[in-house]
Design a protein around this ligand. Structure first.
Ligand code: BMA
Length: 340
């Protein structure tokens, strides 16, 4: 009998590998065949990383950050039978405006993909006279309608909750500056319609724990569980050789997700494999999505590695929740409502 429950649909074909016997630290283990997407995966795309996937029609579909050979990032669509081997469309996702006219962002990176009710929403970072949040919706993965600039600059790391709370869409984001921002907390905003956003609240900030002492940002769409919203996010530290991105874990209140119930003081995954330590930007583990099966508690985490690859790691609901709870340290900025 499992201790905790995922309040989400079953996904029997979730990608999976059993936990290795010699695992130490947090109960998260890497796929032995990582990286799952290698360099030069599509014509004119040098690297795919920081990408998000969902189950779709018994298979899988995803939005992928593809760094073109001119260095400009865009979003590409990929399809897969097993969520491990991917086929990509050669052309960028052809976004349109509300009138169906072409409406392409100047650039687009770090996409997330979340289904709410019957619609799939894509959110990413784009240029809006400075880095800001881009959004689009689709129901068929053929027509992708952009929602006109929902936020003002500067902001990154938009992550939508997979269901409305109290009738409102909820979105995590990380206000930032125009560069490689040396600060940053996670905030939550709400919207009745995905167009107008307000009631912004503070969720949690960088912490005194050294691995997340510079900034944090939302990662994968939160998973609804009997303990609250399970959030995998990224935490950043600064070293004499640059930033290091690790994966952290927290559990947010189910009805008031601006309140953090538990927050793991240890990182869950930090760069240590060649594909995380070596690449276009070394030392980056950047989670953007999970696939999960409520029947078995299996969770597969998709993360970008070293701004060069897509990788997979696995965990199990009871174990990860217990680990987060047993190592939880929360501060007033975490547990309060986040209104000032
Ligand atoms: C952040 C984003 C991510 C990237 C990370 C490390 O600011 O640009 O896309 O993975 O830096 O370079």
């Amino acid at each position: 009998m499992s201790k905790y429950k995922m309040l989400t649909p079953a996904l029997p074909n979730v990608p999976w590998q059993d936990k290795p016997e010699n695992l130490t630290g947090a109960p998260i283990w890497r796929y032995t065949e990582n990286p799952v997407i290698d360099r030069n995966p599509v014509k004119n795309v040098a690297r795919i990383f920081n990408s998000a996937v969902v189950p779709y029609e018994g298979k899988f579909i995803g939005v992928f950050r593809g760094e073109q050979t001119n260095g400009i990032p865009y979003i590409y669509l990929g399809r897969s039978e097993d969520a491990i081997h991917w086929n990509f469309e050669e052309n960028k996702i052809p976004f349109v405006d509300e009138n169906g006219e072409p409406f392409m962002p100047v650039y687009a990176y770090d996409p997330r993909l979340v289904k709410v009710d019957d619609t799939y929403y894509i959110m990413w970072c784009q240029d809006f006279y400075g880095a800001s949040i881009g959004m689009a919706k689709t129901t068929d993965f053929k027509t992708f309608t952009r929602i006109e600039n929902p936020f003002i600059p500067f902001n990154r790391n938009a992550v939508l909750f997979p269901r409305k709370i109290d009738g409102k869409f909820k979105l995590l984001s990380r206000p930032s500056d125009s560069g490689h921002t040396p600060f940053g907390d996670i905030f939550i905003s709400e919207s009745p319609d995905m167009v107008y956003w307000g009631k912004h609240r503070h969720v949690m900030g960088k912490s005194p724990e050294w691995w997340e002492s510079v900034k944090i940002g939302g990662g994968a769409a939160p998973i609804e569980t009997s303990e609250g919203w399970l959030l995998f996010y990224h935490g950043v530290t600064g070293t004499c050789n640059g930033y290091v991105y690790s994966i952290g874990g927290a559990i947010l209140d189910i009805d008031e997700p601006s309140k953090v119930k538990y927050r793991c003081q240890n990182f869950l995954l930090t760069p240590e494999m060649w594909y995380e330590e070596r690449g276009f930007v070394p030392n980056v583990c950047f989670p953007c999505a999970t696939l999960h099966d409520s029947e078995t508690g299996k969770i597969a985490i998709y993360y970008g590695a070293a701004d060069s690859y897509v990788c997979l790691a696995f965990t199990e609901l009871d174990e990860i929740i217990d680990y987060i709870k047993n190592n939880s340290v929360v501060r007033p900025e975490d547990t309060e409502l986040g209104v000032r």
